[in-house]
Design a protein around this ligand. Structure first.
Ligand code: SF4
Length: 681
């Protein structure tokens, strides 16, 4: 008998306990005996498997350059219980390498993998890779989306997909508790069939939804039941950001929080997503809806305690918000800071109550709201009680901690409102920090130190940059130094606007390629639109603010053509979430530097970072770094495969400050440079 390593099939000399080639231990799982007669057939199959290749047992493809090294570095980091923060350039295959490394670490320890995604296309990619991995190993996974996308009962309603999650959740609970949902009642019977489907087909989330709907069972509840059978669960960020939802997720997966390994994809978005998740507003409209609801109740009012009844309380609240807005805002000032107790103190003074009494009154308001919601559900309405909604927000308002939030009064086209903006999402960063081993990755995460600091990750976090393996000469980035979107410069020199418009139109006309133009704001795009429609002789398409459906229709037409121009806004779903392989996109023009617009929130965060990380760090971390990442994301749309070729022009002299990180050169003849680049194909 001869011994062969079951991992790399190398011959193992007698008396050895470890494979000399791949390092695997000679034990029941990784070694086997073969008779010498089998040796012949083995030798006839000379698949040479290198030592490195065998270090990635969950990689189902021929490794691309660097992939084995990256996988082994990630796995080693996880094995040592550390976080890895990595920028992984286009073409490194970050989904498959992170999964391959994560599974290699997690499976032997009985851990499950939570893969956090920002977009559906990312979760589809996870499912594709898991299916490929399943050709090597018995690994299962599931992609989960929100109830709004999956629920077959309410999705068909005219407003089904836009119902707020809390409304949908209440409606669902009502149906389930009364056993009135036909899709819920079939879950138990259909579970084995759907489980088998998932474990053989590795469906994308919408494919699983369609399958469940076809056999008349609830996809959303089914996914919750199936999670515990899966090694990998791909979920949107929200599942980790909110403590309640996170606890439910772990519960459904049947694991404790130290039995999961988390991968955050597009990690540069996570901190803003966490802040957005915790931030909230209380508008005059909401207060008025609650007052209107009072009027529909018997007697038009109900007591909250011996000193306070609901309707006068709400009317006083409306008066307070309007009073603060009148006092602090004007035509130019649209937002003003409030002191932590500005609103509450006015309520205490008016009704002569204490904080504890106000808190009890709000509990009473919630109870009234719950009863009202039940009544609405019984009548088949697709909304929950405004009193209920408002009571929860008011409770959050009085509980907010001024280390984490800033409070302000603001006004916009819909009227005045109070805003509690989270500047320091401590809960989620605390949860992530205490994980033993985790993968944070993105195509645009530099400077990594900024990410590590703002996420408050452990000091021993490993930081890595893995560049794109695609040929550098396939991509050219230039910037112009005689134009800008900077407000002060445009005020001083109005000719900048027409110079920008003329250059933009000429560049679009100079190439017969699909071109994407990114503006820094919708208002800038609107301002330039009539001139561009006059001067560009091509099919033009436009992103429409607040109308995603129209935008997607226009985008599909643009992608199916080869010589159109699509106008869009930086930082949105088009600049970050969509791939344009091959000829779908060749040329990108970035009009201005996408610094975030100034706001009280940004200022408060900047001050916080100055205090924590040193002078000027606030400005760098809240303004410069996000702008660079947005530009890199936009430029990254150009090259998605090894053979893609593309050029980007940044129309703003301020890009010179970031030319190194953007790998951009100055151009004095942008139209000529563009024409030459595409001629030299
Ligand atoms: Fe919708 Fe499923 Fe809830 Fe029924 S159980 S209401 S199908 S989410």
């Amino acid at each position: 008998m001869a011994y062969f390593c079951n991992k790399c099939n190398s011959l193992m000399p007698p008396g050895t306990d470890r494979c000399k080639i791949c390092g695997a231990l000679l034990d029941g799982t990784v070694s086997k005996q073969r008779s010498l007669t089998e040796l012949g057939s083995f030798v006839k199959q000379p698949k040479v498997i290198s030592k490195d290749e065998m270090k990635a047992p969950y990689l189902p493809y021929e490794p691309r350059p660097l992939q084995l090294q990256i996988i082994s570095e990630i796995r080693d980091t996880l094995d040592s219980g550390k976080h890895i923060v990595m920028e992984s350039g286009t073409g490194t295959g970050k989904t498959i390498i992170s999964l391959a490394a994560a599974l290699e670490h997690a499976v032997p320890l009985g851990k499950k993998v939570i893969y956090l995604t920002r977009t559906i296309s990312q979760s589809n990619q996870v499912m594709r890779e898991l299916k490929a991995i399943s050709s090597l190993k018995e690994i299962y996974g599931i992609a989960v989306t929100g109830r709004g996308k999956s629920c077959p009962l309410y999705r068909g309603l005219p407003n089904g997909e836009t119902l707020p999650p809390n409304v949908l959740s209440s409606m669902c609970e009502e149906k389930k508790s009364k056993r009135q949902c036909p899709y819920f009642n079939t879950l138990k019977d259909r579970l084995p069939e759907v489980s088998n489907y998932c474990k053989t087909a590795y469906p994308k989330s919408d494919e699983l939804d369609a399958y469940c709907e076809k056999i008349h069972t609830c996809p959303y509840e089914m996914k919750k039941l199936l999670m515990k059978e899966m090694n990998v669960v791909a979920v949107p960020y929200i599942q980790i950001l909110s403590e309640d939802i996170r606890n439910n997720l772990l519960n459904n997966m049947d694991v404790e929080d130290d039995q999961v390994l988390i991968i955050i994809d597009e990690a540069h978005n996570i901190i803003d997503a966490a802040r957005e998740q915790d931030s909230f507003s209380i508008s005059i409209r909401m207060i008025e809806s609650a007052i209107d609801e009072c009027s529909t109740m018997k007697g038009g009012d109900v007591p909250l305690n011996e000193k306070l009844s609901l309707k006068p309380f709400l009317e006083e609240l409306r008066r307070i918000v309007r009073g603060l807005a009148n006092q602090k805002l004007d035509l130019k000032v649209k937002e003003a800071l409030l002191k932590e107790d500005d609103v509450e103190q006015r309520i205490f003074d008016k009704f002569l109550i204490t904080r504890a009494q106000l808190s009890l009154a709000l509990d009473q308001m919630t109870e009234i709201g719950e009863i009202r919601t039940e009544l609405l559900m019984e009548k088949g309405e697709t909304k929950i009680s405004p009193i209920y909604d408002l009571s929860l927000l008011l409770k959050k308002w009085i509980m907010t901690d001024d280390e984490m939030f800033i409070k302000s009064v603001r006004t916009d086209l819909d009227g005045e409102y109070l805003r509690a903006a989270c500047i320091n999402p401590k809960d989620v960063t605390f949860f992530l920090r205490k994980q033993k081993g985790m993968i944070h990755m993105s195509g645009t995460l530099q400077p990594l130190e900024q990410y590590v600091k703002t996420m408050n990750l452990p000091q021993d976090t490993v930081m890595k940059i893995y560049p794109s393996p695609f040929p550098k000469e396939n991509r050219k980035v230039v910037y112009m130094d005689n134009v800008t979107t900077k407000y002060e410069d445009r005020q001083k020199d109005p000719s900048i606007f027409s110079r920008m418009e003329r250059n933009l139109a000429k560049m679009c006309n100079a190439v017969d390629k699909n071109t994407l133009v990114f503006f820094t704001s919708y208002s800038m795009m609107r301002e330039m639109r009539p001139f561009l429609e006059r001067d560009i002789r091509k099919e033009l398409y436009w992103e429409e603010s607040g109308r995603p459906r129209n935008t997607m229709i226009a985008l599909d037409k643009f992608r199916s053509g080869r010589n159109g121009v699509f106008f869009s806004v930086m930082g949105g779903s088009i600049a970050e979430g969509i791939d344009f392989p091959g000829e779908e996109l060749s040329f990108a023009i970035i009009v201005g530097i996408p610094y975030p617009p100034p706001s009280l929130e940004l200022k408060a965060m900047s001050d916080l970072y100055d205090k924590k990380f040193g002078p000027w760090k606030g400005m760098e971390y809240t303004s410069v770094v996000p702008a660079i990442r947005k530009m890199k994301q936009a430029i990254g749309r150009l090259i998605r495969t090894e053979t893609d070729r593309g050029m980007a022009v940044i129309m703003d002299y301020r890009a010179s400050k970031y030319k190194k990180i953007l790998e951009a050169d100055l151009t004095t003849d942008p139209v000529g440079d563009v024409a030459r680049f595409f001629e030299h194909r």
